[in-house]
Design a protein around this ligand. Structure first.
Ligand SMILES: C[S@@+](CC[C@H](N)C(=O)[O-])C[C@H]1O[C@@H](n2cnc3c(N)ncnc32)[C@H](O)[C@@H]1O
Length: 284
């Protein structure tokens, strides 16, 4: 790419460079170029003949090279979208996934049906995607969000500020909800659920924090620990939501039956038809 390149030429350069490593090279290139130019994707598509200056060209080429070196696109961009909002990211947090929007829908369904139940928890908050989204969608909601990782909590705090919900999102460094006082109407948890052995073979393993992915021998070790505390933490008629891995529903249902035998429990599928969300409605 020459230093007096145009938007159109840059798009072509990026598409060719990312073709061998991405399933969506055109989209990825448009996002990277918008970031380098400080314009929207729509602008990039509308002005193919616009010229890039030297700094913009260099910024774009550097970002394409980072993707070619194996960095995840959201980490190169420094942000990713979740439930229609932009979240700042660093390599210390999990990239929020579209599957987790199912958890948001299960939470909003409960909050709409129960307008007085307004104390929520988000366990393993990462970049704050769940906590911040719920607080932004439900303006009288209070959320306690925990994570073991202090770096993740710093990212979550900047996202809570960016989306103007910092006064209603309490961020705590904690192991699950241990040492957190009180009980909750709604508990949301997208905790690590990939079995350790499976994780070793996955492309995400070197790209995202192990603490965000590794769910122990059967993937359910951390989820089971939180499930065991649910009777002490969840208010009567409250709801707990756990994102789970495909194939974990039998184990998750059995573990729930053990700790809350009288609750209503179901597993919801994601858009790909995979079991993804454990929904526990605690009876009176
Ligand atoms: C799968 S990521 C989910 C992040 C975010 N909730 C999301 O949906 O994008 C799991 C998060 O749980 C945190 N975590 C892992 N073990 C934990 C524990 N015992 N207590 C609190 N947080 C934990 C990780 O640091 C990570 O941020």
């Amino acid at each position: 790419m020459s230093h007096t390149s145009t938007v159109g030429a840059a798009l072509e350069f990026g598409r060719r460079a990312l073709g061998p490593i991405s399933g969506t090279p055109s989209l990825d290139t448009q996002l990277l170029l918008s970031e380098a130019l400080g314009h929207t994707r729509a602008w990039v598509l509308a002005y193919p003949e616009a010229k890039l200056n030297e700094a913009q060209t260099q910024a774009f080429i550097n970002m394409v090279a980072r993707c070619q070196d194996g960095e995840a696109l959201p980490h190169v961009l420094g942000w990713w979208e979740f439930y229609g909002r932009r979240f700042r990211l660093t390599p210390e947090v999990l990239i929020p996934r579209p599957e987790t929007e199912l958890l948001i829908e299960g939470a909003l369904q409960f909050l709409i049906q129960h307008p007085k139940r307004r104390m929520a928890a988000d366990v393993g908050t990462g970049c704050g995607g769940v906590a911040v989204t719920l607080a932004a969608e439900v303006p009288d909601l209070w959320v306690t969000a925990t994570d073991l990782s202090f770096s993740a909590l710093q990212v979550a705090q900047s996202n809570a500020r960016e989306h103007r919900v910092a006064s209603r999102v309490r961020l705590l460094q904690a192991d699950l909800l241990t040492s957190v006082a009180g009980s909750f109407d709604l508990i949301c948890a997208n905790l690590p659920y990939i079995p350790t052995k499976v994780l070793h073979g996955l492309a995400v393993a070197p790209r995202e924090p192990r603490m965000a992915l590794d769910g122990g021998a059967d993937g359910m070790v951390i989820i089971r620990r939180l499930l065991a505390c649910i009777p002490d933490l969840l208010e009567a008629n409250g709801r707990a939501l756990f994102e789970i891995g495909a194939g974990q529903s039998d184990t998750a249902l059995a573990a729930t039956q053990e700790v809350l035998p009288t609750s209503n429990v179901e597993v919801r599928k994601d858009l790909a038809g995979q079991d993804r969300l454990l929904v526990i409605d605690r009876m009176g």
